[in-house]
Structure formats: structure tokens, C-alpha cells
Design a protein around this ligand. Structure first.
Ligand code: PLP
Length: 419
């Protein structure tokens, strides 16, 4: 099955006449529908909140759309906090989940009144010194090699994040001694996970932890944040996570564990990025060269500066050749950018219809971790971001970079006196 695009050939040609390729374009209508459906799947939990992972698509227009639907922001750096603030997301609408945190980031998070999610026990005195301890504190739990519901969670013991199980209890006691009155716990252990059971098991693990926290410390957690990581079907044969199944599965665990232990009401938080915007963004790029050597290569005007995932993760991104959707896939191409790096490829050995110079390629699922991961290596400039509005209008929500942007941190006048 061919993956679809939300615009006709004529419409996209018109957009291309106004805005130069390469650009990412986001489909507002689908983002909104999907976001609302996500909230609906968890509406049985009164305190449910989704904190959109800003790092996935750090564009204020996207954040504004999501804020208006009721999303908060999951921030992890100073600039992400500043972006949220610009959009009017402040206070406990922000969850600040950082690691190896610089002092000024805690200070900014405290200034905004964000929920602070500590990544280590040593950050308690550090936060006390830089910003101060608020009356609500959350800790990030790293389950190590624990299993939840018999389901193996990769190997979190190998990564830098979070506190061990024992440290969760020591940490909660320590902040209580320092005057904290409200408590939450967080975990994030999956990435691009398509198995819905994974999220139900994660919730179960956190609910059981909440029960133990109650038993050992007599603390009622205000919330558990079960993280992001819901995957998206990058490949046409993959299936999207059934959100209703996840919502109902977590509800069953909640009733069994949280209600039966008299811990109800407890809010469930999530912080998905990828599944919120990922499928509704497209990188549009034009073919500027073709070459036949040992393999057939199609060269685009975009590069991995615009989309790093295929290069660094070998990730699959589906490609539609505009206007050739129904043509047979008779050719096998590598689809490349113009960086002096062999990994600068959008697709390897991809079966596609015969491509001509001037064709427009639409690269799918770039709405999250797409433009956001862009960079300037090789002196390449990043393209812009466009938004296809619900009424069909197109607005530029980030202009493409210019050479002036690129040289902004250099002072050529000083260079003249440099010998
Ligand atoms: C990256 C990240 C997310 C979002 O992950 P997705 O795969 O985009 O859902 C959520 N929480 C934390 C702490 C993260 O680092």
C-alpha cells in the first residue's frame, strides 16, 4: 500500500513556486485530529496530561496548536524552556526533564514554575542551590534490568538516565525532609516502540512502584509520568499503535492496582513527541542530479542536514515521487544529498518509479525528530518549515537559513587584523 500525502500534485507545485525546496511541511488538520484522539484514549483518567516533547518539533507554531488542544510541554534545555514560555506554556504545564543539568536551566525552570523532574539524587542539593526546591518534585526512575509484567524493557541499566529503585525511596525521603509536599515519579525507557503492550507494562511497573512508595514512606504520589516513545509506522507494512487499546489496558491496571490500594485519584502523564507530529510532516525536495556508477543515484537539493535519521539510524523513511504514485517501481536507487559523507542518503536500494531530474520527492514521517535534528556540517543551510492549515492555506513557520545566519558567529572584521 502506498502511503498517502495530504496534498495534490497541483497544490504542492504551487507551494514550491512560493517556497524554495527543500522544506518540511506539516499538516495541521491531521496533527489536531491525532492529538485529540490521543487525549480521548486517556480521558478516563481525570488528571491525564500529555506534555509534548519539545525536542521532537521545536517550533512555536506547532507548540501553539498543541497548547490550544490542552497539551503541556516536556522541556529538557534552556532554549526549550524559552520556547515554551514564548508560546505561553508556563507553570505546571511544563515538565522539565533534564539530565546533567546546567545551573541556569534549573533557575529558568524554577522561574517558570515548571514541574522539576530530577535525574539524580545528587541534584537535590544542586537544585536547592540553583533555583531552590519547590513544593512539588518528581524523580526519573531507571528500572535497570527489572521486568515489568514479565515484559523485558531493553536494557536501561546501560544508560545514563534516572535513579535506581532504592534511590527513588531515598530521594523521596530526602526531599520530604526539605519541605516538599507533592510528589511524582517518571520513567522513559522506550523509543519508537510499536508494541502497545509495552506501554501497558510500563504503567503497571509505575503503579506497583507507587504502591510500594505508599507502603514504605506513606507518600501518595500525585502523578506517574510513563514517558513518551510511542512509535509510528515508518514502513508501509507497519501498523500504528492502537491508542484505545493502550488507554483501556492502562485503565484496567489502574483499577486493579491504584484503586484497590486506595491511591485513586492519581494522574497519568505522558510525554510523547514522535507519535504526535511525526506522521504529519513531509520533507519536500527536488531531484537536481542523477548518476549511474556501480549503483544508480538520485541527488536531491536537500541533504541529511534536513533529515538525519536515515544516515545515523539507518532509519526507513518512505518516499513518494510526486505524480508517479501509480507508476510501477521498475528502478532501484540510492537517494542522496550533497554532503561529503557517504551516509548522506535518504534511502538505500529503494525500489521507485523511474525518476527524472526536476521530479519532486516527498519524504514521509519527518514531522518529529526531522528538522529538529538538522545541522550545518559541510556549510549546508537548513531548509524552512511550512504549515498546511486546516483551510488549505500555507504559512511559513520558519524561514530557510541564509548564509548570513551561517556566518553570524564569525567576525570577519577582526580577521583583517589577525596575523
Ligand atoms: C525524547 C524524549 C521524549 C519523546 O520521545 P518520542 O520518541 O518522541 O515520543 C520524551 N521524554 C523524554 C525524557 C525524552 O528524552
Amino acid at each position: 500500500m502506498e502511503k498517502e500525502i495530504p496534498f495534490s500534485k497541483e497544490k504542492l507545485e504551487k507551494i514550491k513556486n512560493e517556497y524554495p525546496t527543500p522544506f518540511h511541511i506539516y499538516d495541521e488538520k491531521s496533527i489536531k485530529e491525532n492529538a485529540k484522539r490521543f487525549l480521548e484514549a486517556f480521558s478516563w483518567n481525570e488528571g491525564f496530561k500529555e506534555y509534548f516533547a519539545v525536542k521532537a518539533t521545536p517550533n512555536p507554531y506547532i507548540l501553539k496548536i498543541l497548547k490550544d488542544i490542552g497539551f503541556g510541554a516536556d522541556c529538557s534545555s534552556l532554549t526549550e524552556l524559552m520556547l515554551a514560555e514564548e508560546v505561553g506554556i508556563t507553570g505546571e504545564e511544563i515538565m522539565f526533564t533534564s539530565n546533567n543539568t546546567p545551573a541556569e536551566e534549573y533557575e529558568k525552570a524554577r522561574e517558570l514554575g515548571a514541574i522539576i523532574n530530577l535525574d539524580d539524587i545528587s541534584h537535590i542539593p544542586f537544585l536547592a542551590e540553583h533555583g531552590g526546591i519547590p513544593d512539588l518534585i518528581s524523580f526519573r526512575y531507571n528500572p535497570g534490568n527489572q521486568r515489568a509484567g514479565g515484559f523485558i524493557m531493553g536494557n536501561p541499566a546501560e544508560v545514563k538516565y534516572g535513579l535506581t529503585r532504592e534511590q527513588i525511596f531515598t530521594g523521596l525521603e530526602e526531599v520530604r525532609k526539605r519541605g516538599v509536599k507533592r510528589f511524582g515519579l517518571h520513567t522513559f525507557i522506550a523509543s519508537n516502540q510499536l508494541d502497545p503492550q509495552y506501554f501497558i507494562d510500563t504503567a503497571e511497573m509505575m503503579f506497583e512502584l507507587a504502591v510500594e512508595v505508599k507502603k514504605r514512606l506513606d507518600i501518595n504520589l500525585e502523578f506517574v509520568n510513563i514517558g513518551g516513545g510511542i512509535g509510528i509506522p515508518y514502513r508501509p507494512e507497519e501498523e500504528a499503535v492502537d491508542l484505545e487499546f493502550v488507554g483501556q489496558g492502562i485503565k484496567n491496571k489502574y483499577n486493579k492496582i491504584i484503586k484497590e490500594n486506595n491511591l485513586d485519584p492519581m494522574a497519568i502523564y505522558m510525554e510523547c513527541g514522535r507519535m504526535i507530529t511525526g506522521p504529519y510532516g513531509y520533507l519536500v525536495s527536488e531531484v537536481i542530479h542523477k548518476k549511474d556508477i556501480y549503483k544508480k543515484h538520485v541527488g536531491l537539493d536537500g541533504s541529511m542536514n534536513d533529515l538525519m535519521r536515515p544516515g545515523i539510524y539507518d532509519a526507513y523513511h518512505h518516499i513518494t515521487v510526486l505524480g508517479k504514485e501509480d507508476k510501477p517501481k521498475t528502478e532501484t536507487y540510492d537517494v542522496t544529498g550533497s554532503l561529503c559523507e557517504s551516509i548522506d542518503r535518504f534511502a538505500v536500494d529503494r525500489d521507485l518509479p523511474k525518476i527524472d531530474i526536476g521530479d519532486t520527492l516527498v519524504i514521509h514521517d519527518t514531522g518529529a525528530h526531522g528538522h529538529a535534528m538538522g545541522f550545518n556540517y559541510n556549510g549546508k543551510l537548513r531548509g524552512g518549515e511550512l504549515l498546511l492549515r486546516e483551510n488549505g492555506e500555507v504559512v511559513e513557520i520558519r524561514r530557510p537559513e541564509t548564509v548570513e545566519d551561517y556566518f553570524r558567529t564569525l567576525d570577519f572584521d577582526k580577521l583583517k587584523d589577525f596575523e
